[in-house]
Design a protein around this ligand. Sequence first.
Ligand SMILES: Cc1cc2nc3c(=O)[nH]c(=O)nc-3n(C[C@H](O)[C@H](O)[C@H](O)COP(=O)(O)O)c2cc1C
Ligand code: SF4
Length: 466
Amino acid sequence: MITYLPGKQPHAREYRMIFQNIDRVDYDPSIDCYLKNGGYEQLKKALKMAPKDITEEVKKSGLRGRGGAGFPTGMKWTFIPPNNTKPVYLICNGDESEPGTFKDRYILHQDPHQLVEGMAIAAFAVGAHTAYIYIREEFPAAAEIVEKAIAEARAKNFVGPNILGSGFDLEIYVHRGAGAYICGEETGLIESLEGKRPYPRIKPPYFPAALGLYMCPTIVNNVESLCHVKHIIERGGDEYAKLGVARNTGTRILCVSGDVKNPGYFEVEVGKLTMRELLYDICGGPKDGRSFKAVIPGGSSSKILRCDETYKIKNPDGTTRDLGFWDIPMDFDSLAACGSMAGSGGVIVIDDSRKISWVLNNLNSFYAHESCGQCTPCREGSMWMKKISDRIVSGDASPKDIETLESVAYQIDGRTICAFGEASSWPVEAIIAKFREELVAETDPANEHKAHNPEAEAQQRFLVTK
Ligand SMILES: Cc1cc2nc3c(=O)[nH]c(=O)nc-3n(C[C@H](O)[C@H](O)[C@H](O)COP(=O)(O)O)c2cc1C
Ligand code: SF4
């Protein structure tokens, strides 16, 4: 029987697979502990399979990436050009930089061998002999723990030359991140790994599976995604696909933060839980005397949802039906159908004690700080959006500022090298669309005639001249 630390007992609605060993009393990150718990058995099994059959099982499992975009993992692996003669690389994205997301770090700290085993299987499937784990700069302890795990795995020949006599060679290296949000974007990450500034590359042509690290085919997958690979091999793709719901299979770790009674991480079957069940049954509902106002369901880049909304959803037969906010199943397709996304699984809850202008300004401050600066709309626009929301928060904005803010967001969206442009503008677009009245109520038309800063004052520049 598995015993968890006091206060860390999984909720009855959870299905622990990836997080099975997290917060266990009798578990540590050593290889001895991992082996005692059946570790590396799936690698042994996988090494006896044909690499293409492993990819086939991953395809059958329906696994979708847990890093943000929800792209089918098995399909991504097949994008390596068939006539490729260059080395293939596997990269594990351990940057975990999306605000609201806190799951990968627990795997890195408490169960690193689960990741090493998942990576070894994935590397074998895609034909990579060199793999990297890119670990966020802010996780120095995780980097040491994972380095130790790789050394232990190497000593037992689960990593290194001729793994377990299979003829398959694999080296895994830890690469410490450069400490920026954009290092989590896969092409920025690749640049950083090459020793350069993490300036994202333009797609096309730089889709990593074709032109990735050192211009060679590269598979980039999230920590959680790679851990799933081991469980797919254990159960078989078809059996794994029975977890969750159609097209949204398996389990995923939802990280709930913000204004709920019991925030935390919860591994659940994808789509088996509604928003209500997550926030009330698992997270205990709103704090005393408060009510829920809005939820950002998939990390800070996803569009905000109001708790009083109803959505028109398309049925498979082309008809439509109404779906209320509280009944949204927590899966990729349902959240997309409601105009947001499941993203990285970071569910940020906002109650009626928060002004939406504060939320908006908090998000804008983050994105203005993190833009890499390559694209003009993103570099300038993210700062403009922050400046405008600064004014809303300080009571210096005019109603026209809301229009300007909205127009700036739409001029970033779709006009940049990487998806950071959407990550920074979607929250603004959605907050304005859904909370326009609340924002306008915080403005004053008289502010149109005020200068926004000492320089504008000196030059007598105003939004509207009296
Ligand atoms: C601005 C930005 C930041 C991102 N940060 C992360 C991150 O911290 N971790 C992550 O796994 N994916 C992140 N992604 C997504 C990656 O680019 C990539 O899609 C992902 O690592 C692929 O893994 P998956 O298919 O297993 O989800 C980010 C994307 C963008 C646009
Ligand atoms: S969209 Fe922003 S973060 Fe992405 S490349 Fe352009 S400037 Fe950099």
